[in-house]
Unconditional design. Structure first.
Length: 495
């Protein structure tokens, strides 16, 4: 652990506090402008998660009454605000996750400070506070912010020797991460590293903690839904590739986000310095380096080999990246002892960068925000409250103040129908999967059940030939008005 001058310690605390405040402000800023609740990098995914929670608190169970291809942890958290009217629940979910971001910043400080000292912890907080992908996704209801927070909590709890009781707690955190997203079980790697040397009983306690939390969260859903395992596991094993699939494509698409390539380069620098650090470090530092390396390696394998790849996946690496930068700062501590002036400089640079980020913040493209707001207003104004509206993106129903009808994740539900219609066969390309008889007939059944369809652009992506024929034969376009742009809405023709 890096030792600093007492005055520098006070500056470090001040710098960390200021960086946490700036980080929270950067996350909240877009929610204070325009159609605030529509400002998110991806309106589909967090619409699915909020829509699932809205239906759940109204008595409909995921995996049984509608498809949900991720564990129920996020649904349970969002249930704390989902009892509100649907559009208000969506706004509240936005602010709830700004709060999650604030907690994550504190956990980042706590984890780095306990392992490496206060000056390296300032570096960790600065990295996490302004990491562009985290800033974008910690103002919407996504899986990755919860994984970040739980992963940082895991490192903070393991900073002392792992007693049997602490091993149980570490396992419980891993279990909670698996209940948010299955990739969360990767954090079992550092827990295994921490508990292995303490003996098999300590490892067993960690396993018991993970299983206890996992079963407590998942078992009620599993017992109510025969398709629980197929949706959580079978779907992801089978699903078609989506997003950039080639390694170079993933790297270049990531490089479009300003800080991500810099972060990966810095990670490479840290990794190259680890060997020297391990050889001359005390046992606690070696424990940290080994656990951090296992976590980072596991995440790298996931990011580069998963069947799908979206930019929010990159944000789950922010915690290890921030801790890696703290390790780099601690490694340089012997050659560059921080002084109050240096810490003041870090504070000024961090605050300045934060406000520069606020000034340059890019909200969701203006035309997309306008289209969703106009669609929601049309549905709220023109469609009777008791009418069935099929919305292919749940955010459209939420924008109209309606509970999404039927499936909240039409993308996942149609792909699952394609999988189940041809068991044992490999997944076709994405477009072909939507055109399979299983997916196509499922979509036509949805059309049979509703007189209104909010089609948007997702309908063009997900509709097979039978669905398109039924739409053309039985429905007419009613929105947007002729000559205007917007997300299409169809109504069944009067007979």
């Amino acid at each position: 652990m890096l030792r600093t001058h007492p005055t520098a310690e006070r500056w470090a605390r001040l710098a960390a506090f200021a960086l946490v405040a700036v980080g929270v402000l950067v996350r909240a800023w877009p929610l204070l402008h325009g159609h605030a609740w529509l400002n998110a990098p991806d309106l589909y995914d967090d619409g699915v998660y909020v829509g699932a929670a809205v239906k759940f608190v109204r008595g409909l169970w995921p995996y049984r009454d509608f498809v949900l291809v991720h564990p129920p942890g996020l649904t349970l958290l969002l249930s704390t605000v989902a009892w509100l009217p649907p559009s208000d629940a969506y706004v509240a979910a936005r602010w709830l996750f700004v709060g999650v971001g604030a907690v994550n910043l504190v956990l980042c400080w706590w984890a780095a400070e306990r392992w490496l000292g206060r000056w390296p912890a300032v570096v960790a907080v600065a990295t996490y506070a302004l990491f562009v992908d985290v800033v974008s996704y910690e103002r919407g209801a996504y899986l990755e912010p919860l994984l970040n927070g739980l992963g940082l909590l895991l490192f903070a709890l393991a900073a002392k020797d792992v007693s049997p009781r602490r091993a149980l707690a570490l396992g419980a955190v891993v279990g909670a991460m698996g209940c948010v997203k299955l990739v969360g079980v990767l954090w079992a790697l550092p827990v295994l590293a921490w508990t292995w040397r303490a003996g098999p009983r300590t490892v067993l306690r960690a396993v018991v903690g993970a299983l206890a939390v996992g079963l407590a969260v998942a078992l009620p859903f599993w017992l109510r839904a025969p398709g629980f395992v197929d949706q959580l596991v079978g779907f992801h094993v089978w699903r078609p590739a989506d997003g950039p699939t080639a390694l170079w494509s993933r790297l270049t698409s990531t490089a479009e986000r300003h800080w991500a390539p810099l972060s990966f380069l810095l990670l490479a620098f840290v990794a190259a310095a680890l060997f020297a650090r391990v050889r001359q470090s005390a046992a606690p530092a070696r424990r940290f380096v080994i656990a951090w390396s296992l976590t980072s390696a596991g995440l790298a394998v996931f990011l580069l080999t998963s069947r799908t790849f979206w930019l929010e996946y990159v944000s789950v690496a922010a915690g290890p990246i921030a801790l890696g930068m703290a390790l780099a700062a601690a490694s340089l501590g012997g050659a560059l002892q921080p002084r109050p002036l240096a810490l003041a400089l870090v504070l000024a640079l961090g605050v300045g960068a934060g406000f520069a980020r606020i000034a340059r913040v890019r909200q969701k493209a203006t035309h997309v925000v306008r289209e969703v707001a106009e669609l929601g207003a049309f549905l709220a104004r023109e469609v009777p409250n008791d009418a069935c509206v099929l919305t292919l993106e749940p955010v459209w129903a939420l924008a109209a103040g309606r509970v999404p009808h039927g499936e909240v994740d039409t993308y996942g539900a149609l792909l699952l129908a394609a999988k189940q219609s041809a068991p044992g066969t490999p997944a076709p390309p994405l477009a072909d999967a939507f055109a399979t008889p299983g997916a196509d007939t499922t979509f036509t059944r949805w059309l049979d059940g509703c007189d209104w369809v909010a089609w948007g652009r997702r309908g063009d992506l997900q509709a097979g030939p039978l669905t398109r024929a039924k739409l053309d034969a039985e429905f007419e376009l009613v929105f947007p008005p002729s000559g205007s742009s917007g997300l299409p809405v169809y109504r069944r023709r009067l007979r």
